[in-house]
Write a protein that binds this ligand. Sequence first.
Ligand code: NAD
Ligand code: GLY
Length: 368
Amino acid sequence: MTQTLSGPHTLEVALGDRSYPIHIGPGLLREPGALAPWLAGRQVMIVTNETVAPLYLAQCRSALPADAEVRELVLPDGEATKNLAHVSRIWDALLEAGFNRRCTLVALGGGVIGDMVGFAAACYQRGVAFIQVPTTLLAQVDSSVGGKTGVNHPLGKNMIGAFWQPRAVLIDTDTLDTLPPRELSAGLAEVIKYGLIRDADFLAWLERSLPALRDLEPAALARAIQRSCALKAEIVAEDETEQGVRALLNLGHTFGHAIEAHQGYGNWLHGEAVGTGMLMAAELSARLGWLGEGDVLRVRTILRVAGLPLEAPAAMSPEDFLARMRLDKKNVDSRLRLVLLRALGDACVDDATPLETLQALLEQFPRG
Ligand code: NAD
Ligand code: GLY
């Protein structure tokens, strides 16, 4: 593929014989047979939801070869559907269709569909192929890459799941044209995350480019998606199963997952909760003397310009936060492990934050 900024661009997630491409570009889904190279056999099931189906299901179908045996499953929409009952519907449909180990699942939608379809693929007949076709900004820059799959549990976000890598990720940037602005902002939170954890130059570029990104300006979007995917691919290749550096991708997530679960899945968007969580992590880093007030102001400003909430939920007490945070997957034994910022562009995992410092943050952080 030709590599231009807003034209098609290909990256690789380097995982040995499980390596796979990330194709990024406008109109990729309109290319007939675009998904053909990654099918395990002729049996293909496209899984999407009621919102995405009328927009992109026909295009996705035409991206499959004419001789494929295609089934479609349209699930209800929403974070509240990210549970085992809906994954079971995928397994039911596969069995009813008589699909075997050589089938391929296509996840067409945002992170909810991608996480559920990936988990269904990981477990069906002990593991079948799947392809990610992400249609939200959040899924294009984060959830479709790296093989984290799974569902929520009433007691905790993403608590049930598996690492299962897709065969390919096809990012058609044109699909963002129909994305509601609130969802675009949620995706920008994860883009900003990459700058905060690992790339200060990218962060500075984002500070200048957010208005263009919110206007869906193609060159700006292409750069944001390409850089985010490149950073994610690099981290996943280094640490697929999160034994080390991959944990940094969870900046803001310990606070954010607590907000999502406490508020009821779907009431706060994942990206919104991560955005507020990143501000909480920045403020905690300042309380530890690692960031200056100017750094925290930069974080607050970029999140505000991205259209993200800057206050935690009014009804959420410090105890509500702590109870949820104690269930975080990063914790080891009973120690809380938090992703914090030594500087903007330089994140670390910390398990020595004094509880009283964390409690003071949780008490004093603004509520809205
Ligand atoms: P989502 O999947 O709920 O999609 C957001 C909304 O946009 C939905 O209503 C969806 O139907 C709609 N939509 C999707 N594409 C559209 C389009 N092109 N035009 C119009 N509407 C469209 O949410 P999300 O933000 O994409 O993903 C959030 C989920 O991803 C969370 O469950 C989160 O835990 C998960 N996640 C997973 C990883 C991972 O590594 N696996 C990383 C980050 C987030
Ligand atoms: N979104 C966090 C990860 O993929 O590791």
